[in-house]
Design a protein around this ligand. Structure first.
Ligand SMILES: Cc1ncc(COP(=O)(O)O)c(C=O)c1O
Length: 386
């Protein structure tokens, strides 16, 4: 069902999605109320099997958020005080936050201008920076920004040669794939988020980790549950863990949302195709490479630096919401500015922070609403001030 009010454009429309499957969601919630197993109820195990099947991966383990998924993954890989981990300078704060929470040292690397993702050439530089700072580099976290998988084929092998682990932070890219591999299969561990606005979102916080490695999966299962031993009783604790479980209610909701997820991904692609075809060449469209399926968590354009505020003001005055992900590269954030970087200027990340803006691209945007977004943007592009 589509939002009937074509004039009122939402940046993300969770209401329209809810209307579409509301009876199924209400029944799923009612079933949880009936059995009353709010923690680790049967829906959690069913969701984990469904997610593993969807991604064609051996293990899917649900978590309380995408941030905890990163924490669980890093803990399973043994990250502790002083260990260095590369991560892109242009991502959400949760990526380096999880490293720093464990006492690790995020080393910020620059991103590619077209994909916005970790630049594989930066890995060697990151290695040098770690050496110069007397740090032991243990691995890297690549982020699939806005739903586009990072260039795993171009750096997984090199990371292996260097003895580095690879975590794929797929908080924004669940449902995407690249060169025949689905998100969930990349790196040693893939993590994702089910935050409500994500491509697959629940009605609260949620996340998951994925791996084909049996030992890592067992360790992550234990860490997610206070370090509980695989065998033995509830109070047999074999390692330090966290309370990182997904609520049964959220699992029940996600199982229903998964039934329409593929349709939603196709609709996201349809909208992205239309934008890329019909928007003025004054805007630089996002990358949409062949052999890659993007999950279009965001449709993000680039403008000239001087124009972005004018564009955003113009869109706002015409009732078209827009957002900036992200207005500051992480190395400039007070929380992170003491950590090392591969360069002092971080040229690409710094430039993207000044030029990117995301426009509504959720799967319930009507044809008329899409047309309005395109017309307003193209009208703005024709103004002499731009
Ligand atoms: C790239 C990235 N990593 C991690 C997270 C954290 O996910 P959560 O909000 O579920 O903790 C997010 C959330 O926006 C994200 O965008």
């Amino acid at each position: 069902m589509q939002n009937q009010d074509d004039t009122n454009i939402s940046f993300v429309d969770l209401k329209a999605q809810q209307e579409r499957i509301r009876p199924q969601i209400e029944s799923a919630i009612a079933r949880v109320f009936a059995h009353g197993q709010y923690i680790m109820g049967p829906e959690v195990l069913r969701l984990e099997q469904t997610l593993a099947d969807y991604c064609d991966v051996s293990h899917a383990i649900t978590c309380s958020s995408g941030t905890d998924a990163l924490l669980v993954a890093l803990m399973a890989l043994g990250i502790g005080p002083g260990d260095a981990v590369l991560c892109p300078d242009f991502t959400y704060t949760a990526t380096p936050e999880a490293i720093a929470l464990l006492g690790g040292i995020p080393i910020f690397v620059d991103v590619e201008p077209d994909s916005f993702n970790l630049d594989p050439c930066e890995i060697e530089k990151g290695l040098q920076v770690a050496k110069l700072n007397g740090l032991q580099l243990k691995g890297l976290i690549a982020v699939d920004l806005f739903g586009l998988p990072a260039a795993y084929d171009r750096f997984e092998q090199r990371a292996k040669e260097l003895g580095l682990f690879v975590i794929c932070d797929a908080a924004q890219s669940f449902g995407a794939s690249a060169n025949g591999r689905k998100v969930g299969q990349f790196g040693d561990i893939t993590t994702t988020s089910f935050f409500p606005a994500k491509p697959l979102g629940c009605y609260g916080d949620g996340g998951a980790v994925f791996s084909n490695n049996e030992n890592l999966a067992e360790t992550m299962r234990s860490i997610r549950l206070h370090g509980k031993a695989r065998t033995g009783g509830k109070y047999d604790i074999e390692r330090i863990g966290i309370n990182g479980r997904l609520d049964t209610l959220q699992a029940a909701i996600l199982l229903e949302k998964l039934t329409i997820f593929e349709i939603e991904l196709k609709q996201r692609q349809h909208i992205a195709d239309r934008y890329s075809k019909e928007l003025s060449p004054k805007y630089i469209p996002p990358n949409d490479p062949q052999h890659v399926r993007c999950s279009w968590a965001q449709y993000t354009l680039r403008s000239n630096t001087a124009d972005r505020d004018l564009i955003l003001d113009g869109l706002k005055s015409h009732g078209v919401p827009a957002a900036i992900y992200y207005p500051k590269p992480l190395h400039l954030q007070p929380a992170f500015n003491s950590f090392p970087c591969t360069s002092t200027r971080m040229t690409v990340a710094s430039s993207l922070a000044k030029t990117v803006f995301s426009i509504p691209a959720h799967p319930y945007l009507t044809q008329k609403q899409q047309t309005k977004v395109i017309e307003k943007l193209n009208w703005l592009a024709d103004q002499e001030s731009l």
